[in-house]
Design a protein around this ligand. Structure first.
Ligand code: HEC
Ligand SMILES: [Cu+2]
Length: 230
């Protein structure tokens, strides 16, 4: 009882996030904060230092386990049974998380990060994430967006501010603001993005994302547009 009392945080003014585990990536939905609209992203969360955070945990397919060893103990994410964790990061920094329950082929490639930022920096990040995707400013990026919409990509991915509203894969509205792609598997740069789009199943066998072979000019335009999604 004492243990529980000690570990109970004052949770007034907490930040609320809904996190869902998928094979093999993490979706984080930031619920409305001070009446600001919700937004969704994948794998790279930010939280303000010193403010309590409540994350509701869900699993979409099989059992996963939320684990950020330097912030909190493990918590299972069980399909059909929602749980929550509460924590507060008192020190700024990037805290690495990892799925801690075997969840299939790519269990080892199911990482995420929680970056604890000073409050003003967090607020600026959140304001940016709430924005829809930047409009393409040149013909190449515009063509890249058309490639994305006309291929299967838009069936699985959302890019807010465009016609892409798929919900099977990660929200890509601010893809270029992330350090990694595919849940910590690859650094987010043009070469890795190209390899991922053409043949994700060699990089992460078992992923449901299919490879897409595109004429080189279309692939280049698509990459240019994806890099504008800051
Ligand atoms: C059948 C659904 C599906 C289709 C079609 C699809 N994707 Fe994906 N995509 C996914 C899933 C699921 C993931 C997450 C994979 C993982 O991390 O394990 C993903 C991941 C990604 C990522 C990495 C995102 C991140 O933040 O980690 C990018 C970029 C991406 N897809 C781009 C594309 C593009 C471009 C196309 C079209 C050429 C496309 N996808 C087609 C399902 C799909
Ligand atoms: Cu997992």
């Amino acid at each position: 009882m004492t243990d529980r009392a000690l570990s109970r945080l004052p949770v007034d003014d907490s930040l609320r996030i809904e996190m869902t585990g998928y094979q093999w990536w993490w979706e984080a939905k930031y619920l409305s904060d001070a009446n600001a609209p919700e937004f969704t992203l994948a794998n790279e969360l930010h939280v303000p230092v010193g403010r309590p955070v409540i994350i509701s945990l869900k699993a979409a397919d099989v059992i996963h386990t939320f684990w950020v060893p330097n912030l909190h103990g493990k918590k299972d994410m069980i399909p059909g049974r929602d749980t929550t964790i509460e924590f507060r990061a008192d020190k700024a920094g990037v805290y690495r998380g990892q799925c801690a329950e075997f969840c299939g082929y790519e269990h080892a490639l199911m990482a995420f990060t929680i970056s604890a930022d000073p409050p003003a920096q967090y607020a600026a990040w959140a304001a940016q994430q709430r924005q829809p995707a930047a409009k393409p400013v040149d013909a190449l990026a515009l063509h890249g967006r058309d490639v994305f919409i006309s291929q299967d990509c838009a069936r699985c991915h959302t890019v807010r501010g465009t016609d892409a509203t798929g919900t099977i894969g990660p929200d890509l509205t601010h893809l270029a603001s992330r350090q990694f792609i595919a849940a910590g598997t690859l650094a987010n740069n043009r070469g890795n993005l190209a390899g991922w789009i053409v043949d994700p199943r060699t990089l992460k066998p078992g992923t449901i994302m299919p490879g897409t072979r595109l004429p080189p000019a279309d692939l280049q335009a698509l990459l240019v547009w994806l890099e504008t999604l800051k």
